[in-house]
Design a protein around this ligand. Structure first.
Ligand code: HEM
Length: 333
């Protein structure tokens, strides 16, 4: 009897165990992720801290695609969507504000001695062509570049995401292809005007006397004054920097890694913002900031009185040595 009871206990125990296993199996099958999510995140964080990146294994030949998480990417993302937007907004809007205030305070720098009616050649056709080609490319590169930084938050919701995508695609083509004539322009500008743009003592004096823009003084200058030399070097060095970093981004992984490309993007974008701000100042002086300046690059000639007020040493050189340029001084029609 005792044996039978013992057998029955064994069977009941086995049955109970079978029921527990049978009930628990489907539960765990329904919850394959019943792992503690917090514990998982802690593990991921530890992995990131220890390994600096999380990599898997893959089957395609491009091993770069095996990187799953790269914390530096988050820093870059933060730079791109927060820091860069602040830098750009402060540089560009700040410069616009300064120019408006300056214009309201100073107004246009007038030609004090009036027009003489005689003109002198300042830039030949080739120089003007190079200037306008580079300037046109620059303006389109600036607008299409700014679209990458600010376009989505500013316009996507207004114009609709489809229209924004189509415009951005064309903008990106323009940014890529116009980089080539822009780079050629920067190289030509460097070669064409380097002779007149080496800083010297006259520039120091020119800056000390406010460049003839702050105040009513007319400090002497050769063909390019201190301010123009500053613009020349901003174009050459800034243009060189955006070209090198831009091509690094345009042709990814040619001797670069994700890290170096992130640095290239940061340099490209920050230099571009400062470059745009500087060019706004240049455009201001060449148009509404100074009477008679635009015609130098528009028609290629300036009034002799303008040359005397703003580039006296250059005018003396041109007239004095009876060079072809000086000899071409001609009456205005
Ligand atoms: C040789 C000249 C240039 C080349 C090769 C070049 C190339 C590039 C490339 C490949 C990108 C990344 C685009 C992307 O993320 O899909 C870019 C972005 C950008 N470029 Fe240029 N670029 C050049 C000149 C300029 C100039 C002259 C400016 C402004 C005056 C400029 C402003 C910008 C800006 C603001 C961005 C967006 C930065 C960002 O938010 O990520 N670029 N450029």
């Amino acid at each position: 009897m005792a044996k039978i009871v013992a057998h029955m206990r064994l069977i009941a125990g086995a049955l109970a165990l079978a029921i527990v296993v049978a009930l628990s199996a489907p539960v765990s099958a329904q919850q394959p992720n019943s792992v503690n999510p917090t514990a998982d995140a802690v593990k991921e964080q530890q992995l990131l801290q220890q390994l600096k990146m999380i990599q898997g294994r893959g089957t395609i030949p491009d091993v770069k695609s095996y990187v799953i998480e790269h914390p530096v990417g988050r820093n870059w993302q933060e730079f791109h969507s927060v820091t860069l937007r602040w830098i750009g907004a402060i540089a560009i809007l700040g410069m616009l504000l300064l120019l408006v205030i300056f214009y309201l305070w100073r107004g246009m720098v007038r030609l004090e001695s009036g027009r003489s009616g005689r003109k002198i050649v300042r830039f030949n056709a080739f120089e003007r062509f190079v200037h306008w080609m580079t300037a046109t490319c620059f303006i389109i590169l600036a607008i299409t570049g700014l679209n990458i930084t600010f376009g989505r938050p500013l316009f996507a919701s207004t114009v609709g995401s489809e229209a924004f995508t189509t415009w951005s695609e064309w903008a990106k083509y323009a940014h890529n292809y116009l980089s080539f004539p822009f780079t050629i322009g920067v190289v030509l500008i460097f070669l064409m005007w380097i002779g007149g743009n080496i800083p010297n003592a006259v520039d120091v004096e020119w800056f000390k006397r406010g460049g003839g823009i702050v105040g009513d003084d007319h400090p002497p200058a050769y063909r390019f004054n201190g301010g123009q030399k500053a613009i020349y070097w901003i174009v050459v060095l800034g243009g060189g920097a955006v070209a090198i970093t831009g091509y690094t981004l345009m042709f990814p992984f040619y001797g670069t890694t994700i890290d170096t490309m992130q640095y290239a993007q940061m340099v490209h974008a920050v230099v571009a913002m400062l470059f745009i701000a500087a060019m706004l100042g240049h455009i201001y002086i060449g148009t509404i900031g100074m009477e008679g300046a635009f015609e130098a690059m528009g028609e290629g000639t300036v009034d002799v009185n303008w040359a005397r007020e703003h580039h006296r040493l250059w005018l003396e050189d041109e007239m004095g040595r009876g060079s072809p340029k000086g000899a071409r001084a001609q009456p205005a029609e």
